[in-house]
Design a protein around this ligand. Structure first.
Ligand code: NOJ
Length: 489
């Protein structure tokens, strides 16, 4: 195409096109002018909740302050060879001391909600037993500051920072003692914050921390359990969720809402035919049977049990009843399409298609770009489990953000990513998929687990030497979406 035009001609054409001249030219040639204004923004439902998200270990720092106990992530990050850039989150964003400034950053985005996590080892340094009142004091200060600024707090109780004492004493999630300890902690916190915190997420991304931490040994606590033991740990995590829901219902103010925040195994029909959609629906149910499935159905799908065979988890009917306790909402963390699915003549009626090596990804290699996943995952989940309230509890991307000479951060790839994903989310809400809110990951750059500080997911750039926060261009983009409650073309 470029061959046909001189540079000057091309520039002129591009300029005219931007002014709408190409459309006029089309009309002059007898083509109908477009019926709709292509730049008209696509609106979200009236009460759609816009938010942003972080987690305790990734931002707080102050790991030895005010009686906080050690977590498995302190131990893991201090183990040589675990974190790509050899860092730990001992200081991270120093949010523990700078939370007021950070709440100001949230406010500046115009969002109405903030999802943060509470560090269990700040509340119960030994996992169980004597609480540490100073730990809760910090979250009380944070919650009060959020409310004073008109921001609704959404608290997550477990974002991977298990008290090390529980790992040492009972083997962490390998034991149902941890499930019970989690419920005690959940009830304790809920009783004390539910006068102000109306929405509580139990566990964040159980699928990830189990597979990475207990299966492959690349997240804390760094274990490589055989499949049977991994499935049993998964069952204890699901049980922990169910017991925590019970404890919250028993101790929190009436009306407190609770649910998980899960990285659903996200399936996308390879293209939209009724057969592929049906196949993706079956795949979603079966590939999520070990966590979301049992939480939302109160039973393990037959296919899952048959497939697991001798490695299937051991459970009692009573435990299944607890795990299947009704949730008020389901949080889905959605980043990349994990599985493209096609219909198949062979059992089980669907197949996972291989990714070509050339499939595009963002700055994090695992973050394949597939905006349609944020349409399909909630749509299929709502259909399978008959859900009426879904939150996108996380979505966002890392980008190789640099401060330019003029002091700005031009994170155009993040804006591209968000624009496309939000467009697909809008499509879902417009079709009646019950997504009620969206929490952008993340408010600011932070400790990205095994990647340390190398991968930046924030709307605000953080200089980890000086702790200076700088709004990226995507912060202005997101603010625009929030203010308009709509996504432009
Ligand atoms: C999911 C996790 O919940 C969060 O902690 C992490 O930083 C983001 N994904 C990005 O990888």
């Amino acid at each position: 195409m470029f061959g046909k035009f001189s540079r000057r001609q091309f520039g002129k054409f591009a300029g005219l096109s931007a002014l709408g001249a190409a459309t006029a030219a089309n009309a002059a040639q007898g083509e109908p002018a477009p019926a709709v204004d292509r730049h008209a923004p696509a609106s979200f439902p009236k009460d759609f909740l816009w938010g942003t998200a972080t987690s305790a270990y990734q931002i707080e720092g102050a790991v030895n302050e005010d009686g906080r106990g050690r977590s498995i992530w302190d131990t893991f990050a201090h183990t040589p060879g675990t974190i790509a850039d050899h860092t730990t989150a001992d200081r991270a964003n120093d949010h523990y001391h700078r939370y007021k400034e950070d709440v100001g950053l949230i406010k500046a985005l115009g969002v109405k909600a903030y999802r943060f996590s509470i560090a269990w080892p700040r509340i119960f340094p030994d996992g169980t037993g004597a609480p540490n009142p100073k730990g809760l004091d910090f979250y009380n200060r944070l919650i009060d500051e959020l409310l004073a600024k008109g921001i609704e707090p959404y608290a997550t109780l477990y974002h991977w920072d298990l008290p090390q004492a529980l790992e040492d004493r009972v083997g962490g999630w390998r034991s149902s003692d941890t499930s019970k300890a989690f419920a005690d902690y959940a009830g304790y916190v809920a009783e004390r914050v539910s006068d102000r915190v109306k929405n509580i997420f139990t566990l964040n991304e159980a699928g990830r921390f189990l597979n990475f931490g207990y299966g492959w040994g690349i997240d804390a606590p760094g274990l490589k359990l055989p499949t049977g033991e991994l499935n049993q740990a998964r069952h204890h995590v699901a049980l922990g969720h169910g017991l925590a829901v019970q404890a919250i219902r028993a101790h929190a103010r009436p009306g407190t809402k609770v649910g998980p925040a899960e990285n659903i195994a996200a399936c996308v029909p390879v293209f939209d035919t009724p057969e592929n959609v049906r196949a993706a629906e079956m795949a979603t149910r079966e590939l999520n049977a070990g966590l979301l499935g049992v939480m939302l159905e109160g039973k393990y799908a037959d296919g899952f049990l048959a497939y697991s065979g001798k490695d299937a988890p051991k459970f009692t009917p009573e435990e299944l009843k607890i795990i299947g306790a009704k949730n008020d909402f389901v949080g889905l963390n959605i980043y990349a399409p994990q599985f493209y699915i096609a219909a198949s003549d062979q059992k089980p009626g669907w197949k996972v298609l291989p990714f070509p090596a050339s499939f595009p990804h963002m700055n994090s290699e695992w973050l394949r770009v597939g905006p349609e996943v944020i349409y399909w995952a909630p749509r299929l989940a709502a259909k399978i489990w008959n859900l009426d309230t879904i939150y996108i509890s996380e979505n966002g991307t890392s980008s190789e953000d640099k401060i330019a000479a003029d002091g700005q951060v031009y994170d155009l790839d993040r804006i591209m990513f968000l624009r496309n994903y939000l467009r697909q989310l809008q499509r879902a809400t417009a079709e009646g998929v019950p997504v009620r809110g969206y929490f952008l990951w993340s408010l600011m750059d932070n400790f990205e687990w095994i990647f340390g500080f190398e991968k930046r997911f924030g709307l605000y750039h953080v200089d980890f030497e000086t702790q200076k926060r700088t709004a990226k261009l995507s912060a202005a983009f997101y603010r625009e979406v929030v203010v308009r409650n709509a996504i432009g073309a």
